[in-house]
Design a protein around this ligand. Structure first.
Ligand code: T4K
Length: 422
């Protein structure tokens, strides 16, 4: 099928054949070599040792610390638990400044600890939290600052470290997307008081489920290790409040397997990213996030935004693509402040985040990573080109078929009352 030249009725959303026979997921997990995984699992099997400071977990911790060039890497069960442990061990309370354009896990961790999230706007050019806006939000209640290295592109680390030092406020980076990426030539992992990684299956480096905290402070690392294991410091001695956030040996086996071939995965992801970049270069309606080639990048996310003049909305584009088996996703729609429990907050407490709200309406991700090929990336772009070219007619036909336009407003948008009611 010629993807660049389809008629409206060829589209799967209107009953045509999907352009791709099997689903193209955003970020289908990289798995490395099966033999390596089997060998590691076999070690756990033979040792009958599956958790609690196992040898695979310890080996992975030391390999990751070495790779990221940081003194300590503390592996845990997932990124959300990792953030919870850091908040607890740094004794964070009061208010925390963080972006709304991120994953909901950190705001929920804050609220469940009685901490108030204070949402900060982003730099529209990068999607990363704005250091200037952050500084304006600081009060005497500010307990920490938690920027996210969005899409693996480091945020303005120098600016945040400067604010953190000057105002004496702890700085934690959400590095869930940032594995193996660098800032000023230094790998993400050693900045701020601590950095928190997610090693969920959909991340560039993963352990199926998992996460890590990296830090230079040995004492903090010891406390985190203790806290992930119920606070135990001996067989029957508990030194403080803890939880169960241990990584299993099976997850560590997955991590060791991925790590072995991680460089190949990045090289292939880069080729896929470059194929998207080249194919979209002449499309004025689509911007693909740029990476700084002077830095180390994992090229894991194919994140795009549509221009205001694009003849079709982001939601209609993703609806059409998904019917074609291109499982495009809105990210991080609609922004955490538009999710519960924040959405139900009184009007007076709604933050003013114009750049966040603008990007939340136009941003989406396409299938990327090593499980996609440059050829597939090229075909997806031809399809996207065609959708945009026929944008006005496709929009009209979607509405005629009763498929609603979802992104004219964000959840919680206040609809102005008609004049007769005021
Ligand atoms: N901070 C940030 C910035 C984060 O992005 C995240 C996690 C966190 C903190 C918290 O870290 P964790 O506690 O999760 O370690 C996913 C992940 O569950 C979550 O880890 C991730 N961010 C978030 C952005 O996305 P969903 O709801 O998008 O997952 P799902 O099931 O829809 O999968 C996404 C796509 O990947 C689908 O097309 C299916 C495909 N997929 C998924 C899995 C799990 C596969 O092909 N294979 C798989 O094994 O949440």
């Amino acid at each position: 099928m010629n993807l660049a030249d389809r008629s409206l009725n060829d589209y799967a959303v209107f009953g045509g054949q999907p352009a791709f026979t099997s689903a193209l997921h955003v970020n289908k997990p990289w798995v490395g070599r099966k033999q390596t995984f089997d060998a590691h699992v076999n070690t756990a099997w033979e040792n009958r040792w599956f958790s609690n400071e196992g040898s695979l977990q310890r080996t992975l911790e030391s390999k990751l610390a070495q790779r990221l060039g940081v003194r300590n890497c503390v592996l845990v069960s997932n990124g959300t638990a990792a953030m919870g442990l850091v908040l607890a061990e740094l004794g964070i309370s009061g208010e925390v400044i963080l972006p709304s354009f991120t994953f909901i896990s950190t705001p929920h961790q804050l609220v469940s600890r009685g901490i108030r999230p204070v949402y900060c706007d982003i730099d529209p050019a990068t999607g990363n939290m704005s250091a200037a806006h952050c500084e304006r939000l600081i009060t005497d209640k500010t307990g920490a600052i938690i920027p996210t290295h969005l899409w693996g592109r480091a945020c303005d680390v120098d600016a945040f470290e400067h604010v953190s030092r000057r105002r004496g406020i702890p700085l934690i980076f959400d590095a869930a997307h940032g594995f193996d990426c660098s800032y000023g030539g230094r790998k993400i992992g050693g900045f701020g008081n601590a950095e928190v990684f997610s090693f969920h299956a959909t991340k560039s480096f993963h352990t199926a489920e998992g996460g890590a905290i990296t830090c230079t402070d040995d004492d903090l690392a010891d406390r985190l290790r203790r806290a992930r294991n119920f606070g135990f410091v001996g067989p029957d001695r508990v030194a403080g409040v803890g939880t169960n956030a241990k990584m299993s040996e099976l997850s560590a086996a997955m991590g060791l397997t991925n790590l072995e071939s991680f460089d190949d995965a990045v090289a292939q992801s880069r080729d896929v990213y470059l194929a998207y970049r080249d194919a979209l270069a002449d499309n004025p309606n689509v911007s693909l996030i740029p990476f700084n080639e002077q830095e180390s990048n994992n090229f894991w996310y194919i994140a795009l935004t549509l221009s205001p003049s694009c003849p079709i909305s982001r939601d209609d584009v993703t609806t059409i693509l998904r019917a074609e088996n291109v499982l495009a996703r809105r990210y991080f729609y609609p922004g955490c402040h538009r999710m519960e429990p924040f959405l139900s907050a009184p009007d007076a407490q709604q933050p003013d985040l114009p750049a966040t709200e603008q990007i939340a309406k136009v941003c989406f991700t396409l299938p990327g990573g090593p499980e996609v090929t440059p050829q597939i990336a090229h075909e997806v772009c031809m399809l996207l080109d065609n959708i945009i070219k026929n944008g006005a007619r496709l929009t009209q036909k979607l509405r005629a078929q009763g498929i609603p336009a979802a992104d004219t407003a964000l959840p919680g948008d206040r609809v102005p009352k008609p004049e007769s009611m005021t």
